[in-house]
Design a protein around this ligand. Structure first.
Ligand SMILES: Cc1ncc(COP(=O)(O)O)c(C=O)c1O
Length: 385
């Protein structure tokens, strides 16, 4: 039988478009090659200007977790107090990471599907002084988007803490700005809304974060030390660790695509299309796990309809056979639904194919739905764009 092409609809990596693939397939040059040096410099400069950062931007080889490590390592000293605002699995990742650094960690934990709010943060800030507050912008285990701008305001109006945002499942798909929003450190990686293959960690540090770094002197970490990378980010002709040349070219192409689409439109597209896919899935009985004001535009957790008789493992296997790779749920939602990304450089074809495959998988798994019901909702919305 002819195999159906697999769409990678997990919440990252996301589909990598041809023009970005082409950059990864180029013949690798020396990292001192003047053309590459100028491309790298342009990438760093674009990251700063597009995310409105008057501080610094860092691009290094690594995944999102390395970016988390880099963020924390450069703005904390042993014994300081960190408030972790966690909406699920990836928010919790900061706990171990910070504890290993000898930081005192308090956790504000939202119920799965819900978000920490500015009010809960305010109440906690009244009890204790924190040097750092962390928030996960889009929590990939629940599909919840935290109200980052409002939490930033609550933090800055009531505490001297630096505000660290994990933008792994948000940056490039949901609006984030460094200076205007009051984000002191933003971290992300290449394989989600940037639509590049995994392998790049990106960190923005605002002015206050860089001032804090300057007070720390020599930090225990080497590879993730801002001080080691800063000369290279200012002049990529210099060397500290070999840059992932082809991935940086791929990121340059990703940024070109973003500039061509326009960031405002890109964020608006994610909001529109995320809401449409959610509505399509609701039309065939699935429940969006994230509470309404906090639904992320970039990915969703879809809980199986009650009484549908769908077996989780079988459903995701059938869905993959029908051409869509999805992710299983974590924590409280494990076995109860599946996770699907709708972020990055995905177009109308991809969304229609993905929802069509979900319809086929439902029927093949014994959950009788009317074909076209979810697709109809999606098509109606896409035609109106
Ligand atoms: C919100 C969030 N933070 C951090 C990470 C860790 O990133 P990585 O798997 O690239 O190390 C992920 C991974 O999916 C994530 O979704």
């Amino acid at each position: 039988m002819l195999k159906t092409k697999k769409l990678v609809m997990i919440p990252g990596p996301t589909p990598v478009v041809r023009s970005i693939q082409d950059q990864m397939g180029r013949e690798t040059v020396a990292f001192g090659d003047p053309d590459f040096v100028s491309d790298f410099a342009e990438v760093v400069s674009d990251l700063k200007s597009l995310w409105k950062c008057s501080g610094e931007a860092f691009v290094v080889a690594g995944s999102g977790t390395l970016a988390m490590e880099m963020a924390i390592a450069n703005v904390t000293r042993r014994g300081e107090n960190v408030l972790v605002c966690s909406n699920g699995f990836f928010g919790d990742r900061f706990i171990d990471l910070c504890e290993r650094k000898g930081l005192n960690v308090d956790v504000l934990q939202a119920k799965w599907g819900d978000s920490v709010t500015p009010e809960t943060v305010l109440a906690q800030l009244a009890l204790k002084e924190y040097q750092v507050v962390t928030v996960t912008h889009v929590e990939t285990s629940t599909g919840v988007a935290a109200p980052v701008a409002e939490i930033a305001r609550a933090v800055h109006e009531n505490s001297p803490a630096l505000f660290v945002v994990d933008g792994v499942a948000a940056t490039g798909g949901v609006e984030e700005t460094i200076d205007p929003m009051g984000i002191d450190v933003l971290l992300t990686c290449s394989q989600k809304a940037f639509g590049v293959a995994p392998g790049l960690a990106m960190v923005w540090a605002g002015k206050r974060a860089m001032e804090k770094r300057a007070t720390l002197g020599r930090i225990p970490e080497s590879y993730v030390d801002f001080d080691k990378w800063l000369p290279i980010m200012h002049n990529p002709a210099k060397y500290w660790g070999t840059p992932p040349i082809n991935l940086i070219w791929a990121l340059k192409e990703s940024l070109r695509i973003m500039k061509e689409e326009g960031l405002e439109e890109r964020y608006a597209r994610h909001v529109r299309q995320g809401a449409l896919v959610d509505a399509a899935m609701e039309a065939i009985g699935f429940t969006v796990a994230a509470k309404k004001p906090f639904r992320a535009p970039t990915l969703s957790v879809y809980l199986y309809p009650e009484g549908s008789g769908i077996d989780d493992a079988r459903f995701r296997t059938v869905l993959a056979d029908e051409g869509v790779q999805s992710a299983g749920c974590l924590g409280d939602f494990q076995g109860k639904g599946f996770r699907m990304g709708h972020m990055g450089n995905i177009d109308k074809h991809t969304l229609v194919s993905a929802v069509g495959a979900v319809e086929r998988a439902c029927v093949k798994c014994g959950y009788r739905i009317e074909f076209g019901k979810a697709l109809g909702v999606l098509q109606e919305g896409l035609a109106g764009e």
